[in-house]
Design a protein around this ligand. Structure first.
Ligand code: ZN
Length: 190
């Protein structure tokens, strides 16, 4: 199985712009969009604004090799044909997205144990969701990535509230579709 061709895609470059894009998809009366970079820096002191800060950049999206190997081996190891154990030796720890995706593959194919040793925790630019992967893993992976961004947004929002004199209105009911603020403070590295 060949990996899909690398594809150059124009994407929003600035971190603030990306957060704003995602904010427009979250339905909540309580959430206030971070309107300036200072708010982001107050919550995440190591946050980087993106290069360029405003506008688009072209990112080359590729399918990482450990994913290509895992999908290929799953394709070859249909039950009854051969040994179903899948072993892939990789010399380096996987990026965070590969690690997450391989775990999702493992739950999509419980008959084939896939053990992932470690992730170095970096979130690489241009990580491609495998176009030929199972739909369930694709949908869950989108959710994983969205949740990461949502955690950042809610953390910035919570931080803004704690620095303002106004008490948050926790009584208000969050509309369907909004995510509850997660407890992880520093999960996402910009
Ligand atoms: Zn990777």
């Amino acid at each position: 199985m060949l990996p899909p061709a690398a594809a150059g895609v124009e994407v929003s470059s600035g971190s603030l712009e990306v957060l704003s894009l995602r904010c427009s998809k979250i339905v909540s009366d309580d959430l206030k969009e971070p309107e300036n970079w200072d708010l982001v820096k107050k919550a995440y002191k190591d946050a980087r604004p993106g290069d360029p800060v405003v506008g688009k950049k072209t990112i080359t999206f590729t399918q990482h090799c450990e994913i290509t190997l895992a999908l290929d081996m799953l394709e070859r190891t249909r039950p009854g044909l051969t040994n179903t154990k899948i072993e892939i030796g990789v010399s380096k720890a996987c990026c965070e997205w590969c690690c997450q995706y391989l775990n999702l593959l493992a739950s999509a194919y419980p008959q084939h144990p896939i053990l992932v040793r470690a992730s170095h925790g970096k979130q690489r630019d241009g990580w491609m969701i495998p176009p030929s992967g199972p739909m369930s893993a694709t949908q869950q992976m989108i959710r994983v990535i969205e949740d990461k961004v949502d955690n950042v947004i809610w953390t910035i929002d919570r931080n803004r509230r704690s620095h303002s004199n106004k008490l948050p209105s926790f009584q208000k009911k969050v509309k369907v579709g909004a995510r509850a603020p997660a407890m992880e403070q520093h999960m996402v590295d910009f």
